[in-house]
Design a protein around this ligand. Structure first.
Ligand SMILES: C[S@@+](CC[C@H](N)C(=O)[O-])C[C@H]1O[C@@H](n2cnc3c(N)ncnc32)[C@H](O)[C@@H]1O
Length: 227
């Protein structure tokens, strides 16, 4: 049995070329709205120096660019995802790096913002990653996490579970041709929701204020932590 780090990295390397298509189809395009809303809640400043961790093919970073931010870097441990990010955006060439979230190779206080969309759930050690973020951020710097969560309303929860357990894995398997990817998604969301309290983990990592927002009936959460 491989460790989580190797498993997740191999999975994203394998599905990279179908990732964007699947993402938009399976979320019916709502993922675009979620990224925009998360950045609005962050009150992103044009002078920000932003590191998008678990950047994948770059959709969160590309959205941040629309807010007028010039200094954006992408970090991910999947080389295939990074290559696609490079193809999608001429401005990022040479500025995205193969990095592991848990061990960012940055000096103390180098960036003002760290963003992570749909990445934290995949980290092999979240406390270590949050400490690494705390180290790399300037005073008053912010981390913005966008992540799936389980809806609170019982009715929505039933629809959600049916979609996630029966429909999504079938479509995901056909398009991505990877058996694990979209079976892993619902399992990991449910497990994550039960066992991980992002707000608490941010406070434990030394952040001073942490705010949490629910979007779209609690299908996703935005957590913003300030150093
Ligand atoms: C679901 S994708 C999200 C991509 C992008 N942020 C988006 O919004 O579409 C998750 C990404 O996290 C990366 N990832 C997972 N664990 C990581 C880790 N420990 N360090 C760096 N990248 C990681 C994967 O390679 C993958 O590209």
């Amino acid at each position: 049995m491989q460790d989580k780090k190797t498993q997740v990295k191999q999975m994203f390397d394998a599905i990279a070329y179908r990732y964007d298509f699947l993402n938009h189809v399976l979320s019916a395009g709502v993922d675009v709205y979620w990224r925009k809303k998360a950045l609005k809640l962050t009150k992103l400043n044009k002078d920000a120096v932003l590191l998008d961790v678990a950047c994948g093919t770059g959709d969160f970073a590309i959205e941040a660019k629309k807010f007028g931010v010039e200094n954006i870097f992408g970090a991910d441990f999947s080389l295939n995802m990074l290559r696609l990010f490079n193809k999608k955006s001429d401005w990022i060439v040479g500025r995205d790096f193969q990095m592991v979230a848990e061990k960012l190779p940055l000096k103390v206080a180098t960036v003002t913002n760290i963003t992570v969309a749909f990445g934290v759930r995949n980290f092999y050690n979240i406390p270590e990653a949050f400490s690494s973020f705390h180290f790399a951020l300037k005073e008053k710097g912010k981390v913005t996490v966008l992540e799936f969560s389980m809806p609170t309303s019982p009715l929505i929860k039933i629809f959600y579970q049916m979609y996630f357990k029966f429909i999504l894995p079938v479509i995901g398997r056909i398009i991505s041709k990877d058996k694990r990817a979209y079976t892993y998604l619902p399992d990991s969301v449910e497990e994550f929701d039960k066992s991980i309290d992002l707000v608490k983990l941010f406070y434990n990592a030394g952040f001073k204020t942490v705010k949490r927002y629910n979007l779209t009936f609690g299908l996703v959460q935005v957590v913003i932590a300030e150093k």
